[in-house]
Design a protein around this ligand. Structure first.
Ligand code: SF4
Length: 62
């Protein structure tokens, strides 16, 4: 599974970095992805972060 963030949509709330700090990190006022290819053990945390993002800025793909 791969993950990316639509920086145009991100409002910098920090929720994704709270949910999964191994993959998401705040950089100034937007989130960035530290690991585009998500390790198997972090898949559920990334899916949770995706569901929790208030503006649906996190995009996951196979
Ligand atoms: S949860 Fe969504 S809006 Fe909040 S920092 Fe992460 S990507 Fe941006």
């Amino acid at each position: 599974m791969k993950v990316s963030i639509n920086k145009e949509d991100c409002v910098g709330c920090g929720l994704c970095a709270d949910d999964c700090s191994d993959v998401f990190e705040m950089q100034e006022d937007v989130a960035i992805v530290k690991a585009e290819k998500v390790p198997e053990n972090l898949v559920s945390a990334v899916k949770e972060a995706t569901e929790n993002c208030p503006v649906d800025a996190i995009i996951i793909s196979e």
